[in-house]
Design a protein around this ligand. Structure first.
Ligand SMILES: [Zn+2]
Length: 374
């Protein structure tokens, strides 16, 4: 078998597996992610002040499946956390034994585009009003799932879904048949066979009344149990659209919430974290991790810490799969984003100390952090 044949075969296998998994969730993962901080906190702090927070030009990250998915059970296990190199804190707090440590660098901030045009797809008293962390936009569940094109709000079946902004219903129905696109004949998600029950199942797409830079903005709600609107309906933010279910490819009740820009199809999604107004008192971080040529690095693990060096959680940079792409914001070029963070200072680290940046989160604002790069 030639190498290219093997690659093709692996891609086909990956696509088949990915298609089978699709958009889903596993609540048990949340528990595992909560466990991670304990593991990291137990790691010894190195007293050696060898860390310089500048990028090491000779090291290249190759986030291939082979390199990063050696322990792929999902939820993430302690194995992954235990493989971390013992952390060398970059703060000058009590646990830093020498005063010579180089602080995390602060790059010259550049204007961060702000376009929080939508609210939440569920009421603010719903069980989960922020995206599930185990399967954020562009991530793969450490390789177990397809690259995700939206965010999951994991709530019980029957939870009401509301218009996240004023707009017009442009798609409503079950996507076992094509019904997206301007003529209602494009597939809405992955192209599954008509007998599959669809990918997003019962779904609604709203075209926002507001455009962005002359482009149409769409909000998609997937896996619904009941649809309460029809194509052509005008809706105001907060109007009832239907209820959460698990139709289509879903392991449990949740809403898959997706933002599309320009075109109502699966190839034009954007990270909803960049479009959803943060919760009260909170902001969000978007970031870009790239190699020395400026090319975004796929599938790297990005670690978020509080300013006091307490580990919070990890996410992946946008996905390993090359089809279909998830898209970065044109102005930001981000390849990861953290939602709904309390206004405060944070540290974002990749490869422990190899890349580290401090970032301040402000109430209602999107902050940006850049790691690596030319
Ligand atoms: Zn989803």
């Amino acid at each position: 078998m030639t190498l290219s044949k093997r690659i093709r075969q692996q891609v086909i296998i990956a696509l088949i597996a990915g298609t089978a998994l699709g958009c889903l969730f596993g609540g048990i993962v949340i528990t595992a992610m909560v466990v991670q901080p304990i593991v990291v906190a137990a790691l010894p702090k190195s007293p050696t002040p060898t860390f310089t927070a500048t990028r090491l030009a000779t090291i290249t990250l190759a986030p291939t499946r082979a390199a990063t998915l050696t322990s792929t059970p999902f939820p993430p296990t302690q194995t992954r956390a235990a493989t971390f190199v013992p952390a060398t804190p970059i703060t000058t707090t009590a646990n830093t034994p020498t005063p010579t440590r180089t602080p995390a660098p602060t790059r010259t901030p550049r204007p961060v585009v702000q376009h929080f045009l939508v609210g939440r797809p569920v009421a603010l008293n719903a069980q989960a009003i922020t995206p599930a962390l185990f399967y954020l936009y562009g991530t793969t569940g450490l390789g177990d799932y397809d690259v995700h094109h939206g965010e999951e709000f994991v709530n019980p079946g029957g939870t009401s879904l509301f218009a996240a902004a004023d707009g017009t219903v442009v798609t409503a129905g079950n996507d076992s048949q094509p019904l997206c696109g301007d003529n209602g004949k494009a597939v809405c998600g992955r192209d599954l066979s008509p007998s599959s029950g669809g990918f997003y199942g019962n779904l609604v797409v709203i075209q926002l009344t507001q455009t962005y830079n002359g482009q149409r903005v769409f909000a998609l709600y997937g896996h619904m149990s009941r649809i309460a609107v029809a194509v052509g309906d005008q809706v105001k933010q907060g109007d009832l659209l239907g209820e959460i279910g698990m139709s289509g490819v879903a392991l449990g009740p949740h809403v898959h919430f997706e933002i599309r820009l320009g075109v109502n199809d699966y190839a034009h999604t954007r990270n909803p974290i960049l479009w959803m107004k943060p919760l009260a008192g909170r902001g969000a971080i978007a970031g870009r991790f790239s190699d020395s040529k400026g090319t975004p690095i796929r599938g790297a693990i990005v670690n978020l810490y509080r300013a006091d060096d307490t580990f919070m959680y990890s996410i992946e940079t946008y996905g390993r799969d090359r089809w279909p792409e998830v898209d970065s914001d044109e102005a930001l070029g981000e390849n990861f984003a953290f939602p709904d963070l309390a206004a405060a200072d944070y540290i974002v680290r990749i490869n422990n100390q190899q890349f580290a940046q401090r970032v301040t989160v402000q109430d209602g604002k999107l902050s940006f952090v850049e790691l690596g790069g030319p």
